[in-house]
Design a protein around this ligand. Structure first.
Ligand code: CJB
Length: 735
């Protein structure tokens, strides 16, 4: 109803809704899967009527725009805030945030030592609110984003009038720098001072907001954890643990134990990665300089924690060093994951394998200390509203015609009703038509953006995600080269029997991640050769789609036949695009990693193409590479030789990609998994040739994807971690 009114209203004004929608920028607030998961969670929280807010930074420059020039990634700034009708500036909601300074101690009338954090500088946080409307409910939640500005206002007129023009704007500029840019690294922490400033600015403003709201209720402090639950989305906001302890201790005058009890019952911590380079550590001198009082509190938290560990495990001297929040390195470092665990009442991973891995590897000692009940799993999910209904309206319509309405959009298990129609000819025909139409739409986009003509009836093979060695786009492109060489070696008659494929890549590399950028360059270089080879024609096309983002994902994902989720086993915590692809009627080729394992459990192993070594074998294989001989797979060697011959241009550029596998221990097991990958891709070709079987697999898989709704996931957080219930709200008619 609302949509009809909207369309009619716009038409009256002389606009088409498509043109209006085109004007909207993607939110540039995140890097990859972590932020996209948070976006799904916000949609589920509102749609399920949970009273919950999201907090973040209002980055002036969010994730950069990616251009591909001569095959290389070039980063350009994205002015996404120039047109953002969805935010409401709240100049009435501001918080002063303190940095630097020193700590003075005094004694109060009860003989208690009181800490006063004094001096330093103040930066003002201004709230910008982004409404998050729920689906088919009047509930609308809020995403509050903080923007930084000078505490004195626009700029210091006093200084300006006195002729001190430069310093009058300098303060303003320095303050604005805090929320100016998003660090573009995914799964990597670099330890930069400005990043720490961003983290504290964000959590201090948000906590002030939360505490201010609680204090209005005039409830006693001990009720705080019953009224408030704060979920740490990875370790980036972990300083909130320390900040809340500081507020309760220094500003509200609570005793340490009482305050700490409130803190630990308020926080939950979600771990999203086991990659060592992504585990956050901050240098003690840096924290001392920026947040002197917080460092004292961190040391006290650690002292009391280690004392309790020592009392319970007096024999285990090494244990203390292993679990300490402070790493005794040079300089000393604060281990944020340790702080998050000690400061929370629940810790969860994001897929079963990942949650098991954190319990048996990086957080093993903490399971011994706190017991297994503190550690749990909440498998990630995606919102079917965006990732089915909005991205694939025709498929959503077809499903709704068979499931009896739109209920599946709020209860995804309803999808299982479509399995009854798996043999229904008309249903199958419409299913196939929708996929073809989606592929035609993508083919047009490919032509327009990459200039490559692709046949929509070819098998579309997609890998879109951040470019990272652990996600192994290099395995994919080496596989493409192998396919190319195999086709080249065939007679024209043999070639005719082969399954045509379009290999589609997309994703951003962190600007400083040289290897990832070389992977992009290799993909584009291979595309240039293969796409212009007349022997090959439509049998193989290789496309890199620039500037992968959510809007592009909505075009790409519904058009996929097979998508690649091929991380080295044990490295991808969950993955969520795997869920999006299957929900849109595409099959996946993947390793036994992250949520691929649970997707297999749900949809059945006949409906997924799994390959490669298991997580439990990875350590031994790496050890063998380092200390034994490392035989490179012969087919992969052929690929390397071809690259080294210069078939794809500059051999120098690609040398590092080869030597990472051949000479530097093949950390990501590209060679170990290559044979299995190639064989499994051949099975994909065979399966795709039997279109009837293929469609059956796709329909069956979609029917069984109910588990992966972010609604299920949010309900698990609400019940198992936050202890909250949805508000009772009259349901609205489906939009
Ligand atoms: N993740 O995108 C990121 N960035 C990080 O720094 C750490 C983790 C991803 O989080 C997703 C949501 O849980 C996971 O699905 C994905 O495996 C993980 O890499």
């Amino acid at each position: 109803m609302l949509i009809c009114n909207c369309l009619a209203g716009l038409a009256d004004l002389g606009f088409r809704i498509e043109d209006v929608i085109e004007q909207e920028h993607d939110a540039a607030l995140g890097n990859g899967g972590l932020g996209r998961l948070a976006a799904c969670f916000l949609d589920s929280l509102a749609s399920l009527n949970y009273p919950a807010w999201g907090y973040g930074l209002r980055y002036r420059y969010g994730i950069f725009k990616q251009e591909i020039i001569d095959g290389y990634q070039v980063e350009v700034p994205d002015y996404w805030l120039d047109f953002n009708p969805w935010e409401f500036p709240r100049h009435d909601v501001t918080v002063d945030i303190q940095f630097f300074g020193h700590v003075r101690k005094s004694t109060d009338e009860n003989g208690r030592t009181v800490a006063h954090w004094e001096g330093g500088e103040i930066v003002k946080a201004v709230a910008y609110d982004v409404p998050i409307p729920g689906y088919a409910t009047p509930s609308t939640n809020n995403l509050r984003l903080w923007s930084s500005t000078a505490a004195s206002g626009e700029f210091d007129f006093q200084k300006f009038n006195n002729g001190d023009y430069e310093s009058s704007v300098a303060d303003q500029q320095r303050a604005e720098t805090i929320s100016a840019v998003l660090y573009p690294n995914d799964n990597l922490e670099r330890g930069k001072e400005l990043r720490l400033k961003q983290q504290y600015f964000w959590v201090a403003a948000s906590l002030y907001d939360i505490v201010r709201r609680f204090k209005k209720s005039k409830r006693p402090w001990k009720e705080f954890p019953e009224q408030v639950a704060i979920q740490l989305n990875d370790t980036h906001p972990t300083l909130a643990v320390v900040e809340l302890q500081r507020i309760l201790l220094d500003l509200e005058g609570l005793e340490w134990d009482e305050a700490w009890n409130i803190v630990t019952n308020t926080f939950g911590y979600t771990n999203h990665t086991v990659l060592p380079e992504a585990l956050e550590k901050w240098s003690v001198p840096l924290i001392q300089h920026l947040l002197p009082r917080h460092l004292q509190i961190i040391y006290d938290i650690n002292l009391y924690f280690l004392q309790s560990v020592e009392r319970r495990f007096p024999e285990e001297r090494d244990l203390l060093g292993r679990v300490s929040i402070i790493e005794e390195s040079q300089p000393k470092m604060v281990r944020m994951a340790h702080l998050a665990i000690v400061g929370s009442h629940k810790v969860n991973g994001v897929a079963e394998l990942h949650s098991d891995l954190i319990k048996t590897t990086i957080f093993k000692d903490f399971v011994t200390i706190f017991g297994p009940d503190k550690f749990t799993n909440v498998t990630n999910g995606i919102t079917p509203r965006r990732w089915l209904h909005q991205a694939n309206p025709r498929l959503s319509e077809l499903i709704s015609s068979k499931t009896g309405g739109k209920d599946f959009l709020t209860d995804l298990n309803e999808l299982n009703k479509i399995e009854l129609y798996v043999k229904d000819k008309a249903f199958r025909k419409e299913w196939a038509d929708i996929k073809l139409a989606n592929k035609e739409r993508l083919a047009k986009h490919i032509k327009a953006s990459a200039g490559v003509t692709v046949d929509p009836t070819a098998l579309f093979d997609v890998q879109v995600k951040r470019i990272h060695e652990y996600k192994r786009q290099q395995l994919n492109i080496f596989g493409v080269i192998h396919r190319y060489l195999t086709l080249k070696a065939m007679s024209p008659e043999e070639r005719k029997k082969q399954q045509p494929r379009v290999s589609i890549f997309g994703g951003k590399a962190a600007p400083g991640y040289w290897m990832a950028k070389q992977i992009i360059h290799l993909i584009n270089s291979v595309g240039k050769v293969v796409n212009n080879d007349e022997d090959i024609g439509d049998l193989l096309k290789v496309v890199f789609l620039e500037d992968y983002n959510v809007s592009k994902a909505e075009i790409i994902i519904p058009a996929s036949d097979i998508s690649e989720h091929i991380s080295t086993a044990g490295t991808e915590a969950s993955g969520t695009s795997n869920m999006k692809f299957v929900l849109n009627g595409g099959l996946i080729i993947g390793t036994c990693d992250g949520a691929n394992i649970e997707i297999t459990r749900e949809i059945g192993e006949n409906n997924i193409f799994l390959f490669g070594n298991l997580a439990e074998d990875v350590e031994d294989l790496r050890h063998a590479h380092t200390y034994g001989t490392h035989e490179i797979d012969p087919d992969l060697n052929r690929v390397f030789q071809e690259i080294e011959k210069g078939t794809f241009g500059s051999t120098q550029d690609f040398a590092a990609l080869i030597s990472a596998v051949r000479d530097h221990g093949d950390y990501y097991l590209v060679s170990d998994d290559f044979h299995s990958y190639i064989e499994t891709q051949a099975l994909v070709d065979d399966a795709y040739r039997n279109q009837e079987e293929w469609i059956t697999k796709c329909i069956t898989s979609v029917a069984r994807m109910g588990f992966f709704s972010s609604d299920r996931c949010i309900n698990e957080y609400a019940e198992g971690i936050w202890n909250i219930e949805p508000l009772r709200v009259e349901k609205e008619e489906g939009a």
